[in-house]
Design a protein around this ligand. Structure first.
Ligand SMILES: Cc1cc2nc3c(=O)[nH]c(=O)nc-3n(C[C@H](O)[C@H](O)[C@H](O)COP(=O)(O)OP(=O)(O)OC[C@H]3O[C@@H](n4cnc5c(N)ncnc54)[C@H](O)[C@@H]3O)c2cc1C
Length: 439
């Protein structure tokens, strides 16, 4: 998605027939079709860099949706954060105030249901922006009758939702090809960097390309791509899976927003299951407390997609093919049942979890790498972590501005490759971290 978007935004500024897109796979099939394809203008700081960057990207996605009669189904159902713990409410309120002040739009606090507006399942125009903090459990349960009656508060961040990233990517690709951009299936094998500048590029097929500029958009293969230029890319990869299963709730949740449970939970086991899990070294961890953040969104009429980022260790092994722990589906399902109790009726009966996913390629500040590299003529647009679909349009636009020498937006500096070489940046890094902004 990053490569397609970069090519698209370059083609808006340059003759399209000077642009060549090289991918060794079918475009969009490594990571960009594997996520929940959601977007949010919910970025808690510490400053407004990510908020402005992603908000710009959402502006661009909305413009594109208008151009194609919303072919890629951009919606604005929102992200809903829920808690069953009254002690969490002050922190949630502070966070909502902060995100609102950083640019997410107005915060509305509801102690009753009167002014709370439910989201529309489809489309995005005419839906509110900003944030609703609902402190009235009756309103929350009236809106989402399938969630636990333990709920006490809800944040509904409104300029959020999801889209079909494959449709968006393919539509952009079709436009690129129509305009004269060439797309070839091949692997970039080596890049000549004699004299500190990009020279001939050799593909696996033996084809040699003399390019003025070379843009790396290699997703989780960024380390390997950077090594071709003799660069150590400052990234790690984290494996993240998503679980799809047919929704036994029928249509109850089909119009729901993205919904996240904000409390840490213990998984839901019977007494005999607990005894069995406790008896084995490799399953004992399933009895531990799991961190907050289990979430789902519906897909179509009868499917739920679940994600839970409870494990954020860097991935050391071979990258591909990505292999997910066999118990991941069950963990998500049992965790999600704390938010949607009716799921517990299906424990042990759901055998058809489909687990897939890919890697978040991340820097130490969990911000992307976009801009020139220390080899003249080389650029990068990558390290898009768990937000690469929502960021894709602003990322492509920014990359194109770097290549063509046009004025840069003020967030450009924050994403430069060389920021980690600046000793002063170390102090700022203490406020950020490789999971900052991650849900
Ligand atoms: C489980 C999961 C959930 C996610 N949820 C969301 C979400 O809700 N919202 C969101 O915005 N983002 C989400 N993401 C993140 C998002 O999917 C990624 O950030 C994004 O897809 C990265 O796009 P990319 O173009 O950088 O990488 P990729 O899609 O991986 O593309 C990289 C391409 O580079 C090609 N390539 C690499 N090396 C070479 C070479 N040497 N020669 C030729 N081609 C090469 C590969 O073949 C590949 O096609 C999620 C990710 C995961 C894994």
């Amino acid at each position: 998605m990053a490569g397609i978007s970069a090519a698209y935004h370059l083609a808006l500024k340059q003759p399209a027939d000077r642009i060549l897109l090289v991918d060794e796979r079918e475009p969009l099939t490594l990571t960009s079709d594997k996520g929940t394809q959601a977007y949010r203008n919910w970025w808690p700081g510490p400053d407004d860099t990510m908020m402005r960057f992603i908000s710009r990207s959402i502006d661009l996605m909305e413009d594109l949706a208008d151009q194609c009669d919303n072919l890629f189904n951009l919606n604005r159902r929102g992200y809903v954060f829920l808690t069953g713990d009254t002690e969490n409410i002050p922190a949630m309120q502070r966070q909502a105030e902060m995100v609102s002040a950083l640019g997410a739009g107005p915060l509305r606090v509801h102690t009753g249901g009167e002014d709370y507006i439910r989201s529309k399942p489809e489309g995005f125009r005419d839906s509110p922006i900003g944030i609703d903090l609902v402190l009235d459990p009756a309103t929350i349960l009236d809106t989402f009758p399938f969630i636990t009656d333990r709920v006490v508060a809800m944040i509904h961040a409104r300029r959020c939702g999801w889209l079909d990233s494959v449709r968006l990517g393919n539509w952009l690709l079709e436009r690129l090809v129509e305009d004269g951009v060439r797309v070839i299936r091949d692997r970039v094998d080596s890049v000549n960097t004699t004299g500190g500048r990009v020279g001939p590029i050799t593909l696996a097929s033996g084809t040699r390309i003399d390019a003025q500029s070379f843009v790396i958009a290699a997703g989780p293969l960024l380390k390997e791509a950077g090594a071709m230029l003799g660069l150590d890319m400052p990234v790690i990869n984290e494996l993240h899976g998503k679980v799809a299963f047919r929704d036994h709730l029928g249509k109850a949740a089909s119009g729901a927003p993205m919904m996240l449970w904000e409390d840490a939970v213990y998984l839901n086991w019977t007494e005999s299951e607990r005894r069995e899990l406790a008896s084995r070294e490799d399953t004992r961890f399933l009895l531990n407390e799991f961190p907050a953040g289990v979430h789902f969104r519906p897909r179509g009429e009868d499917e739920l997609l679940m994600i839970w980022t409870y494990d954020t260790h860097p991935h050391e092994g071979p990258l591909l093919p990505a292999v997910f722990p066999g118990y991941y589906g069950e963990i998500c399902f049992r965790g999600l049942s704390r938010m949607i109790p009716v799921l517990s009726a299906y424990f042990g009966k759901v055998n058809d979890f489909v687990v897939d996913g890919g890697y978040y390629c991340k820097t130490r500040d969990n911000r992307p790498l976009i801009g020139p590299l220390p080899i003249e003529g080389a650029y990068v647009v990558a390290a898009l972590s768990g937000y690469g679909i929502m960021a894709s349009q602003a990322a492509g636009e920014l990359l194109a501005a770097h290549v063509t020498g046009e004025p840069l937006p003020d967030y450009a500096r924050a994403f430069r490759f060389e920021r980690f070489d600046d000793p002063a940046y170390e102090a700022f890094l203490k406020q950020l971290g490789s999971t900052s902004g991650q849900l």
